[in-house]
Design a protein around this ligand. Structure first.
Ligand SMILES: Cc1ncc(COP(=O)(O)O)c(C=O)c1O
Length: 400
C-alpha cells in the first residue's frame, strides 16, 4: 500500500472526535499531552479520586478511626463496590465482591470450582496462551486438588471439555495478542459437558460487554487497575454465580468470610452471601479509591465503550496501513471484531527499542517479550487524533 499524507488522517480523526458520544468523558480524568496507550496495564487517574482520598484519610481514618468500619461503610465496601461493577459485567447484584489481587482470587475460585466437581472429573483445562500467574496458580490448584492440568490453545477448550473436566480456566482477552476468546461458546461447551468455567477478565472488564449472568459463566475474576482505572494495585473482583453462593467452598476461608467474624468461633461457618469469597481485612484505602474511580462510568453504557473501542482500533490499523510500508509491522491482533479486545499488538524485531522511542515522543505503550509492542485503547479517554499521533510517531521510528 502507498504511504499516505497524514493530513488526510488528521482530518478524519477530527471528524471522528467531533462525532464521539464519549468525548466529554475524557474530562473526568487527569491527563496531559502524552498519548497514553497503556490503560491496559494501568488506567489513568480519574479526577474525583484525589479529593475523595483526602476526605477518606482526614474524615474517616482521621476522625472516625475504628468507627469507620460501621459509620463510613468500610465493612460492606467489598460487596457495595462489587454491585457497582455489576452493570459493566452483566451481573445481577449479590454475586461480585471486590478485594485481594486477581492472582489470589484466581486461586480461590479455581480451587472452589474443582471442589464442586466429583472425583471422576480429574482434569483442569487451561488456555495455553494464558497470563503467567494463571498458569502458576492452575498448576498449584491441580496439585492441591489431585487433578491433572491439561493445557490447550484457547480455541481447543470447547472441544476438549468432556466427562473428565472439572473446570476450565480461560482468559477472555489474551494479554499479549489482544485476541478475544469466544466466552459464550466456550462457557456453553464446558457447562454442557458438566464442567465449570473460570474466566480471567483482566483485559475485558471495562473495555467490552461480558454478560456474565446471560452467558452462564460460573466464576470470574479480574483487575481493578486496568480499564476500570482503580489505581496502582487496586483490589481485584471476584464473581460467584448465584447458584454457588450457598456451596462455594473457599480454599482461603479467613475470618472475614465467616458468617459472624466477631463471634471469634473455632469453627469456620461460611457467610451465606458472596462475602464467603473474602479472606481477611480489606485494603480500605485502595478499595475506596477504586470506588471513587467508578464515578467516571456515570451515564456511560458499556455498549458505547465497545463501539468506540472497535472504532479506535480499526482506525489505528488503518493509520498503520496508510503510514507504514507494507509488512513493516505485523499485527498479532485479529481484524475480526468478534475476535478483538481493546488493544493492538504489533510484532517487530526491534519492538523493545520502538516502545522506548515512542515513550520519548510522548506515546506510551508497552513491550512484551520477545518482540511485541502493545498499545491499549481506553475508550473513556483516548481520542482519534491521538491515534493518528501514535501511528505517525510509530511510522517515523520504524523508518528512522
Ligand atoms: C490476564 C491477567 N491475569 C492476571 C494478572 C495478574 O494480576 P495481579 O497481579 O493483580 O494478581 C494480570 C496482570 O496484569 C493479567 O493481565
Amino acid at each position: 500500500m502507498t504511504v499516505h499524507d497524514p493530513r488526510v488522517l488528521v482530518a478524519r480523526a477530527h471528524a471522528l472526535d467531533a462525532a464521539d458520544p464519549l468525548r466529554a468523558v475524557r474530562d473526568r480524568f487527569v491527563l496531559d499531552d502524552v498519548v497514553y496507550l497503556d490503560g491496559n496495564s494501568l488506567g489513568a487517574l480519574p479526577r474525583a479520586v484525589p479529593a475523595r482520598m483526602a476526605e477518606v484519610i482526614a474524615e474517616e481514618w482521621g476522625r472516625l478511626r475504628i468507627r469507620g468500619w460501621t459509620e463510613a461503610g468500610w465493612d460492606t465496601a467489598p460487596e457495595r463496590i462489587g454491585d457497582r461493577l455489576g452493570p459493566l459485567l452483566g451481573a445481577a447484584p449479590g454475586q461480585l465482591v471486590v478485594g485481594d489481587s486477581t492472582s489470589v482470587n484466581l486461586f480461590k475460585v479455581l480451587v472452589g470450582a474443582v471442589r464442586l466437581a466429583p472425583p471422576g472429573r480429574d482434569e483442569i483445562l487451561l488456555d495455553g496462551s494464558t497470563f503467567p500467574t494463571d498458569r502458576y496458580i492452575a498448576a498449584s490448584a491441580a496439585r492441591l486438588t489431585g487433578r491433572t492440568l491439561r493445557v490447550l490453545p484457547p480455541a481447543g477448550i470447547a472441544e476438549a471439555a468432556g466427562p473428565r473436566t472439572a473446570a476450565a480456566l480461560v482468559n477472555h482477552v489474551d494479554y499479549r495478542t489482544g485476541e478475544l476468546a469466544d466466552l459464550p461458546g466456550i462457557t456453553e461447551a464446558v457447562r454442557g459437558a458438566g464442567g465449570r468455567t473460570v474466566w480471567d477478565l483482566c483485559h475485558s472488564a471495562g473495555a467490552l460487554p461480558v454478560e456474565l449472568d446471560a452467558n452462564g459463566v460460573d466464576f470470574a475474576v479480574g483487575c481493578g487497575y486496568k480499564y476500570l482505572n482503580g489505581g496502582p494495585g487496586a483490589p481485584a473482583f471476584c464473581y460467584l454465580r448465584a447458584e454457588y453462593l450457598d456451596r462455594f467452598d473457599s480454599p482461603l476461608p479467613g475470618w472475614w468470610s465467616h458468617r459472624d467474624p466477631f463471634a471469634m468461633a473455632d469453627e469456620h461457618l461460611p457467610h451465606p452471601t458472596v462475602r464467603r469469597a473474602r479472606v481477611g481485612t480489606p485494603d480500605v484505602l485502595s478499595m475506596l479509591a477504586f470506588e471513587a474511580a467508578l464515578d467516571v462510568w456515570d451515564g456511560v453504557e458499556i455498549a458505547a465503550v465497545r463501539a468506540k473501542s472497535l472504532a479506535l482500533t480499526d482506525f489505528f490499523l488503518e493509520c498503520v496501513a496508510a503510514l507504514l510500508p507494507e509488512g513493516a509491522v505485523d499485527s498479532l491482533t485479529p481484524r475480526a471484531h468478534a475476535r478483538r479486545g481493546s488493544q493492538i499488538a504489533l510484532r517487530h524485531p526491534e519492538a523493545r527499542r520502538l516502545t522506548a522511542a515512542l515513550g520519548d515522543r510522548g506515546v506510551v505503550g508497552d513491550f512484551r517479550p520477545p518482540d511485541v509492542l502493545r498499545l491499549g485503547f481506553t475508550p473513556l479517554y483516548t481520542g482519534f487524533a491521538e491515534v493518528v499521533r501514535a501511528a505517525t510517531a510509530l511510522a517515523d521510528e520504524v523508518a528512522g
